[in-house]
Ligand binder design. Structure first.
Ligand code: 9UX
Length: 69
């Protein structure tokens, strides 16, 4: 089990939060995603190592800025 929190910049409404949650949920090995819209944070739980570059790339392609928190 592996947990990682990311700072996500640019989420402005619940639609954004849901989009981020869905996108990250589709990534390999990701079991659960929690998104905190107000705090601008996403936390991933994964059964194996999280591919950090893939997480950041996925968020950036969707129009957000992301960095490991
Ligand atoms: Mo809300 Mo976000 O209308 O991509 S969904 S701003």
């Amino acid at each position: 089990m592996n947990t990682a929190t990311y700072k996500v910049t640019g989420m402005t409404c619940n639609g954004c939060a849901n989009k981020v949650k869905n996108l990250l949920s589709e990534l390999d090995g990701v079991d659960a995603v929690e998104v905190d819209l107000a705090a601008g944070r996403a936390t991933l739980r994964a059964s194996r190592g999280i591919d950090e570059a893939r997480v950041v790339e996925t968020l950036e392609e969707a129009g957000y800025e992301a960095a490991r928190a």
